[in-house]
Design a protein around this ligand. Structure first.
Ligand code: GUN
Length: 279
């Protein structure tokens, strides 16, 4: 039987550690405050934003909510972000994505001060990550590193294969695994003979965006499989990019969906918020 990598439990451990740390910081007169900005009322974004605010409340991080109408212009949003950049009472700024199509997301991300970029999306944060400088780490890949470390899975010297090359998961994942001395391959939609490459993986990170795409034919016996996907199938069940039932018997460890990678993203966002006041 494969080891089940329990993201729900590990994220709880991290949040509890942060709660203790925030209490200590408060006793030293240091407050942690996250500004959460949502434009429009997309229901999925509202769920994510509420979960982030709930996690803040649990840990003892102050959250300031900015709910702007869908009609907000890029100039108005830019002005708010600039105001939050200047506000010494705000440590971290999170602008929930996606933004309405009339707003240039990249321009807004670049407006957030790199010192308050708790999502780790700003080009300065990305550059710092790649050259091994201290900076904010993209939350989902940072959460995956924690899942591996806290499950005692060695990364150094392992063949790590990533499926997906997004700026939010695939690329920062590669940088982080490299930093842990993994041997890293990134595959994507134009990769030829995907199966041949994924079967070399000791650690396979799947962020392909296709429901139950990865079957046992894609994995090596005894591999570790991390599933970043999240879908609702035709029977309304949550599932990932990995066909769990088919793959689980063949591997040494695997993340479930739900309860694997998902809960880690918010835990690492909270860690980035605390990081703003650590030094
Ligand atoms: N939308 C979906 N995931 C994320 C995330 O991690 N950060 C932000 N800002 N928006 C998102």
């Amino acid at each position: 039987m494969a080891q089940l990598i329990d993201g729900k439990q590990i994220s709880k451990e991290i949040k509890d550690e942060l709660k203790t740390e925030v209490q200590k910081l408060k006793s030293e007169g240091k407050n942690v405050c996250l500004a959460v900005v949502q434009v429009g009322d997309d229901p999925a974004s509202t769920v994510y934003v509420n979960n982030k605010k709930k996690a803040c409340a649990y840990i003892g991080i102050e959250s300031r909510s900015y709910e702007l109408p869908e009609s907000t212009s890029e100039e108005e949003l830019t002005a708010l972000v600039e105001e939050l950049n200047e506000d010494d009472g705000v440590n971290g700024i999170l602008v929930q994505l996606p933004l309405p199509s009339h707003i240039d997301e990249d321009r807004i991300i670049r407006t957030i001060s790199p010192d308050k970029d708790v999502d780790g999306f700003h080009p300065v944060s990305v550059g710092r990550l790649w050259i091994g400088e201290k900076g904010f780490l993209s939350c989902t890949p940072a959460g995956i590193i924690q899942l591996l470390k806290r499950s005692n899975i060695e990364i150094a010297g392992k063949n790590c294969v990533i499926i997906g090359r997004s700026n939010i998961v695939g690329k920062p994942m590669a940088a982080l695994l490299l930093r842990e001395n993994g041997t890293v391959t990134i595959t994507h939609s134009k990769t030829k003979d995907l199966q041949k490459i994924t079967k070399t993986a000791d650690i396979l990170i799947v962020a392909i965006g296709k429901e139950r795409f990865i079957t046992s034919d894609y994995v090596k016996e005894g591999a570790v499989v991390i599933d970043v996907g999240m879908h609702r199938d035709s029977e309304n069940h949550l599932c990932g990019d990995v066909d769990f039932r088919d793959v689980e018997p063949k591997v040494s460890a695997i993340t479930p969906v739900p309860g694997g990678v998902g809960p880690m993203t918010i835990a690492m966002l909270m860690n980035n918020c605390v990081e703003t006041v650590r030094c």
